[in-house]
Ligand binder design. Structure first.
Ligand SMILES: Cc1cc2nc3c(=O)[nH]c(=O)nc-3n(C[C@H](O)[C@H](O)[C@H](O)COP(=O)(O)OP(=O)(O)OC[C@H]3O[C@@H](n4cnc5c(N)ncnc54)[C@H](O)[C@@H]3O)c2cc1C
Length: 398
């Protein structure tokens, strides 16, 4: 595997890095504060315009849709840089869930759906949400528990059900909704694009969670009371819901890993700077072996997560999605745990300062803790790895 990237991509990465360091990080606290006070941020909007002017808007999209046609390896290079700020991906408009939803509409949306939603979504005139998870006993870690049901009525489909943790659904203009269309275990689910203002769609509440709201990331609970959609609202074909979910989730998982690696690397750099200047027991913290061990363990974990992510991206780029699956589970589990561990260690190395809001680690940790649950909890990804390894379907020494 070649770890070198081409000159063009290296130059692009360096531009993104400079943009994040010089323009985003100095104002990231202001962006979050403005958003929390008013639900919008003028500072963020200004930076988004700068990203457009710099030709860095939606870089993940194909060129004909206004992006840079990066491919997943190119996304690895750029998303890690953007992830160094919690609001970085939002500035370039390649944050979850909109980024994955754009890809899904491009891949499986009917002409009518693409015309209605894709352009406005790419231009960020509207936002979107992805609705799969349901409160117990519905779909969660196990999607086969799916209870939301779509039934045919004439040409239309009518959706009844209950969802929660639909990130950003409160403010979104449309939702991608996973619903049961038959009881077949493989082909029993389908995806529908539903207008957020559709009759019968109830926004019950935004669920209060461990981390404070971050930009559009509020976790909505929704009820569908006989919500009617036209046949062209189906993504792909009826019965392809589980398949499309896998196709959306594997690259989406990797893009999470890239952003999380960026944040973990920045936290470790901040810890390195602190331990190089703070003294205890007659020497710098950086000279104490316990501290060096923490630093080395974290560096090792970030580097391994980076390699896992690159390897899996390489498989996806070569079109080997099936082979990539257990590696994506491995990368997701490892990188999510690494992010939480690095942030916890950053708090530890900074002592009482680390626990305070004078530095961002406790806030980042509260957001980051979701990474071990969202898009499949650790245990389910470990189950996938164990299953594939037991069946001798994955090579450990690639
Ligand atoms: C911040 C955040 C944002 C999210 N955004 C979205 C979104 O936009 N759209 C969406 O559809 N969903 C979203 N989710 C939901 C997320 O994908 C689910 O939480 C996840 O799939 C797990 O489902 P669950 O919470 O129902 O857990 P459950 O299914 O109730 O599982 C509970 C726990 O049981 C354990 N467990 C489950 N299965 C196994 C097993 N096989 N072996 C061992 N242990 C097991 C795990 O520890 C798991 O955490 C979000 C979640 C969070 C936290």
């Amino acid at each position: 595997m070649d770890f070198l990237i081409g000159d063009d991509l290296a130059a692009l990465r360096s531009r993104v890095r400079t943009f994040v360091d010089e323009r985003i990080i100095p104002v990231e606290d202001r962006i979050v504060a403005e958003d929390q006070a008013t639900g919008a941020s003028a500072t963020l909007a200004g930076l988004q315009q700068q990203a457009r002017d710099a030709g860095l808007w939606t870089p993940h999209l194909p060129v004909e849709h206004g992006g840079l046609g990066l491919g997943i390896m190119g996304m690895c290079a750029l998303f890690r840089e953007m992830g160094r700020s919690m609001v970085g991906a939002r500035v370039f408009h390649c944050d979850a869930p909109d980024q994955g939803n754009m890809d899904l509409l491009l891949k499986a949306g009917s002409a009518a759906i693409r015309e209605r939603y894709l352009g406005p979504l790419v231009r960020h005139e509207i936002t979107s949400a992805f609705c799969m998870t349901e409160p117990a006993p519905g779909a969660g870690a196990d999607p086969s528990n799916l209870r939301t049901r779509a039934t045919r009525d004439g040409d239309d489909w009518v959706i009844e059900g209950h969802k929660w943790y639909s990130t950003g659904a409160g403010a979104a203009s449309f939702l991608i909704v996973m619903a049961r269309t038959s009881d077949d275990p493989r082909t029993g689910a389908s995806m529908f694009v539903v207008d957020r203002d559709a009759e019968g769609l109830e926004h019950v509440r935004d669920v209060e969670v461990m981390g404070p709201p971050l930009l559009a990331h509020r976790e909505a609970e929704l009820r569908f009371h006989g919500v009617r959609v036209k046949p062209d609202a189906v993504l792909g074909e009826i019965g392809q819901g589980f398949l499309l979910a896998q196709e959306r989730l594997i690259p989406a998982r990797l893009t999470h890993c890239m952003r999380w690696l960026g944040l973990a690397a920045r936290a470790l750099e901040m810890s390195r700077a602190y331990i190089a200047r703070r003294e205890s027991f007659g020497k710098k913290l950086a000279q104490h072996q316990f501290i060096q061990k923490m630093l080395a363990d974290d560096a090792l974990a970030i580097h391994s997560g980076n390699l896992m992510t690159l390897h899996c991206a390489k498989l996806l780029e070569a079109g080997n999605a099936l082979e990539a699956r257990p590696y994506s589970s491995m990368a997701k589990t490892h990188v999510a745990r690494t992010l939480c561990k690095v942030l916890d260690d950053a708090i530890q190395m900074h002592g009482s300062l680390g626990y305070s809001h004078d530095v961002p680690f406790s806030l980042w940790y509260r957001w980051a803790r979701a990474s071990r649950i969202a898009d499949g909890p650790d245990e389910v990804h470990q189950m996938v790895v164990a299953r594939d390894f037991l069946k001798d379907r994955m090579r450990l020494l690639v």
